[in-house]
Write a protein that binds this ligand. Structure first.
Ligand code: CO
Length: 138
C-alpha cells in the first residue's frame, strides 16, 4: 500500500532563507515556491535522492502551518507517503476507523492528489498520503 516516503515537510518562518540554507550548505536545488491558497502556505521542494524535502511557510497565522509554527516553532511538520490509489486507500482507512483529516483527495501542488491522516491515530505524526498523476513517476 505504501510505495515510499514521498517527502518530509518542514515548517519554516521564511522559505527564502530556509531554501538558501539548503542550497549553500547542501548543494540542494530548490524549486520555485508555489502558493497553495486553500492551505494558507507557500511551498517548495528539493530532491534528496529518491525522496525530497518540502519547505512550508504559512501565508497567514491562522492557517494550520501558521498555528503549528506559533505553538511548536520551526521543524519537522509531516511525512508524506506515496500510494497508488489514494481514493481506495482513504476508503480502507475510513472503514478501519482511522481518523482522517481529509476523507476525499484534494488537488495539491503539481497536480498530485493528497490527503492527511490525523496525527492522533498516526502516533503523533501528521501523515500525508500522495498519489501522483498517471503520467508522472515522481
Ligand atoms: Co506535504
Amino acid at each position: 500500500m505504501l510505495k515510499k516516503i514521498y517527502h518530509l515537510g518542514y515548517a519554516v518562518e521564511d522559505i527564502t532563507v530556509a531554501a538558501r540554507f539548503y542550497e549553500e550548505h547542501f548543494g540542494a536545488r530548490v524549486g520555485k515556491p508555489e502558493e497553495v491558497e486553500e492551505q494558507g502556505i507557500v511551498a517548495t521542494m528539493f530532491d534528496v535522492g529518491e525522496s525530497r524535502i518540502e519547505l512550508l511557510e504559512p501565508t497567514r497565522p491562522d492557517s494550520p502551518v501558521g498555528k503549528f509554527l506559533e505553538k511548536r516553532g520551526e521543524g519537522f511538520h509531516h511525512v508524506a507517503f506515496q500510494v497508488d490509489d489514494l481514493e481506495a486507500t482513504l476508503k480502507e482507512l475510513k472503514e478501519s476507523g482511522v481518523d482522517l483529516i481529509d476523507e476525499k483527495p484534494r488537488v495539491g501542488a503539481g497536480g498530485t492528489l493528497t490527503a492527511f491522516v490525523h496525527p492522533r491515530d498516526a502516533h503523533g505524526v501528521l501523515t500525508e498520503l500522495v498519489e501522483l498523476p498517471k503520467d508522472r513517476e515522481r
